[in-house]
Design a protein. Structure first.
Length: 135
């Protein structure tokens, strides 16, 4: 029997965030904490342990990259090697180099598809057994 996995989802778009959460909860043994703001994600990773993070990378702000740098440096409660997926537009060369150095497991290029986000979650959370699904 699998243990429920805890994942943090940072996505500013309410509809996308809620769709991902609903689909993930039906497919995976996962407890998702969701937020729309970087500041909340920063505070949450200081007080909660997550087995994975799915983070929206803003076009004009590198706060999320700073969060991942803190994670990799061991400054946050999730393990320093926790899987991270970033949702972003095609990164420029500077950002691509930073993302590579931070050992980000998956980059999901915008425009986003929910199935790609759920695909990233397969590396973080165990699938629900067919018997556990609600009809």
């Amino acid at each position: 029997m699998h243990e429920t996995c805890s994942v943090l989802l940072l996505e500013p778009d309410y509809l996308l965030r809620r769709t991902v959460v609903a689909a993930a909860r039906s497919l995976f043994d996962v407890d998702i904490t969701e937020t729309s703001r970087y500041e909340n994600a920063d505070a949450l990773t200081r007080s909660h342990r997550y087995q994975g993070l799915i983070l929206a990378l803003d076009d004009d702000n590198d706060q999320v990259l700073t969060l991942v740098q803190k994670l990799r440096a061991g400054e946050l409660l999730p393990a320093h090697d926790s899987p991270v997926a970033l949702m972003c537009y095609e990164p420029d060369r500077r950002r691509a180099e930073i993302i590579t150095a931070l050992n980000v497991q998956r980059i999901i290029i915008k425009p986003l598809k929910v199935r790609l986000i759920l695909g990233a979650m397969t590396t973080m959370a165990p699938a629900r057994s067919p018997r556990a699904r609600v009809a």
